[in-house]
Every structure is written in structure tokens, then in C-alpha cells.
Write a protein that binds this ligand. Structure first.
Ligand code: SF4
Ligand code: SF4
Length: 101
């Protein structure tokens, strides 16, 4: 059994990536996000074009919660040890993690 993946540990590991590795990871994650954020009722119709709110932080456009698909199987949520939702409104995993402390 491996150690439990926590968001804190993932962020620490990400901070050690080279710019190229980080770019590749972000691009890969963005593609996964498209099928979740991009299809969710909170996102669609708002004109928002950004994705990856769990990493990049809240949307400047999205304000109204109409359902969130982050916890409905998005691989980024799992891979990055994320435990929250509505990142587009409530802020990145890092921000939501900080609020718990
Ligand atoms: S963070 Fe959740 S609510 Fe916001 S756009 Fe993504 S899936 Fe939708
Ligand atoms: S956890 Fe949510 S915000 Fe993050 S990539 Fe997945 S769908 Fe997008």
C-alpha cells in the first residue's frame, strides 16, 4: 500500500517539476477537466473559457452554483489528492485546504 495522496504532498511534488514537466502536466489535466468542468451546469452558458479551477483558482465569470462534476469522477480530483468542489466559485484546492486549518 502506498502512502495516501494528499493535496499538500502533490503541491510539494509539483513545485519540484521543471517548467516543461509542469506544462505537460497542466495540459494533460486540462484535457481531463474539459469533460467535467466543461460539461457541468454551473459552467455551461456562462461564457467562461478557463478550466482547472482546482489548480488555478476561481473563475471571474462563474458566480452561481448549479451543480459540480468535480467529485463525479474527474481524474484530476483523484490524482491530485483533491477533496473539495466548486473550485470555480470557492477557490483552488490550496485555498480551500488553507481554510480548514
Ligand atoms: S469546479 Fe465544479 S462547478 Fe465549477 S465548473 Fe468545474 S465542475 Fe463545474
Ligand atoms: S477537479 Fe474539477 S476543476 Fe479540477 S480538473 Fe477536475 S473538473 Fe476541473
Amino acid at each position: 500500500m502506498g502512502e495516501e495522496t494528499t493535496h499538500e504532498k502533490v503541491l510539494e511534488a509539483m513545485a519540484k517539476l521543471s517548467p516543461e514537466e509542469l506544462k505537460a502536466k497542466m495540459e494533460e489535466s486540462r484535457k481531463m477537466c474539459e469533460s467535467f468542468c466543461g460539461e457541468c451546469p454551473t459552467y455551461t452558458g456562462t461564457g467562461e473559457k478557463e478550466l482547472l479551477f482546482c489548480i488555478l483558482g476561481r473563475s471571474s465569470v462563474i458566480k452561481e452554483q448549479k451543480g459540480c462534476l468535480c467529485t463525479a469522477g474527474c481524474p484530476v480530483q483523484k490524482n491530485m489528492g483533491l477533496r473539495w468542489d466548486y473550485y470555480c466559485i470557492r477557490g483552488s484546492g490550496k485555498e480551500q485546504m488553507a481554510k480548514e486549518k
